[in-house]
Ligand binder design. Sequence first.
Ligand SMILES: [Zn+2]
Length: 433
Amino acid sequence: MQIPKLWLAALVATLRLAAAEPSHSYVAVHCGTLLDVRTGHGMHDAMVLIEDGQVRELGAASQVRPLHSEKTVDLTRATCLPGLIDVHDHLTYDATDNGYESLGISVPRETVKGVKNARLTLKAGFTTVRNVGADGYSDVALRDGITAGEVPGPRLLVSGPALGITGGHCDNNLLAPEFHYKDNAVADGPWAARAKVREVIKYGADLIKICASGGVLSKGDQAGAAQYTLEEMRAIVEEAHKLGRRVAAHAHGTQSIKDAIRAGVDSVEHCSLIDEEGIALAKQAGTFLVFDIYNHDFIMQEGLKVGMLPESIEKERNLGTLQRENFQRAFKAGARLAFGTDGGVYPHGDNAKQFALMVKLGMTPVEAIQTATVNAAELLGWEHSVGTLEPGHFADLIAVEGDPLADITQLEHVKFIMKNGAIVKNEWQAAAR
Ligand SMILES: [Zn+2]
């Protein structure tokens, strides 16, 4: 059948019109100061132009002029900086889910907790989170719900269940043998571990989390003792990297930290008992170290009350202090550090409280901020979209009232949050109403 020429012309004209007038959204943010987190330099009276959720242009307000009739957000009394990133979080766990109580929590229930905690974490100024360990695939479901715009939350990079040895930190050792219980991703031996890497990727993992050594909140293991062998970790890393996924290794123990780095993991989590050689190896390999130094105080003060096992409190007592000392050593030696807090061990939304401790232990405020922005983005492999505000990056922007470089605790009171160009929270506007 021949289509009449007139119809065809009308159709082409309609299509052209549709192509010429896509609906774009524009927003301008006018900042009193815009902090460049790479340099620590603050640009006064700055304008950020945002198109369709991405930064289009930024600079001095006198130079950067809105081209369209942008809605301008007035943050002229505030300091703006990129949205923060926590690279070690457990959004689907609550700080009250410990010991035998935790056995009564189903995966669907965990997912619902994740919805609550994702919102709390976003409202604390964390616009990107790496979730490293969740039961079932509750974190995958949460990520997909956030991506679909169904529930609010940070951009998520998720691991699904964490891989570990039988009876290790990433197994669950609470039940008697007759229950025959094994945790989601227990895998012993290089080939079983490779198969498990393939399986968690099949079901949606963006990265692989493994337990290289024992841990604090697990029953019957020693935090400093090695669990996965070098051979097993090499197999895991090779398989994960081949499939385009990075590997995060939980490791408190001195030997496990070194084995994990030698196996080629992308980050070591906790790092409590890292020694000089471990720090040197991490520097040489470019491995990121993630010291979750804040939660120690919560475990010591509240742990028993929230159902943590007495043995866990004893393990943490020694480990926490050593971890803080080793954080200082690693930082002074120039190791690459990324900001991770182990949210879920302590209440979600308090993530930013770790900054003050980092500064107390010797970092400058801008160095502490870099761990949660540029460094964290690089660890995630998302350095071209998050971690700094520059053209082409997501418009993930937060603002605080004072100067975070003079008072780092300003980050505990984030008053304005924008994710992907959409305002999540604006306390100034709420107050003006
Ligand atoms: Zn953790």
